[in-house]
Design a protein around this ligand. Sequence first.
Ligand SMILES: [Mg+2]
Ligand SMILES: [Zn+2]
Length: 220
Amino acid sequence: MRNSKSPLVLVDFDGTITQNDVGARLFDAFSKKESQKFVSLWLKGEINSKVCLERLCDLIKITKSELKKFALSQKIDEKFLDFVDLCKRERLRLVILSDGLDFYIKLIFKKFGLEKLPFYSNILRFEGDKLKPEFPYFDRGCGNCGNCKKYHLKNLKSENQKTVYIGDGLSDKCVVRESDIVFAKNDLRKFCLKEDIKHYPFSDFGDVIQTFDDLILNQK
Ligand SMILES: [Mg+2]
Ligand SMILES: [Zn+2]
């Protein structure tokens, strides 16, 4: 039974559910690496992720069917499917938060039978072979993220509900400060170490499942 003790589980998409950062790979591949100058400006904090994504979209030409093909070639962490089952079995509310684009998230979820998973992300529209990103949550966020995950955490959690966040990158910076339990890998782990944010390191969802068994499910 879902009860007040059941935490809200929030998971990043790019590089966490997928093995690689699909957005980064996409812009890298189709801009012949020209995308990297904008990504490094974002990493240095000189532009926000909304501006970064707008610049990246301006940089490339790609048709819907090319983008579809690219998205469907991406691999996920297959253990994530077991994690989704675990959340279902334990009646934990699982929501995906992404500062990437809905178009490829939907395709990848559908490919793996995950189309019912709720997610919040930026939106991608096409004008011919040009990409037009939209940012429906930007105004409700911190001003630095296209889709600030901290806003969604606050919006989704019920009073006194604990939150778990699982992620890998710098688009997770805002949300991990507000989460009760953090699972971090790669750049997010470095950030957590630097900022002294308590976290569980993981390399794939097999590790997360193991820790969930010990930490959360035994306490219910
Ligand atoms: Mg990520
Ligand atoms: Zn933010």
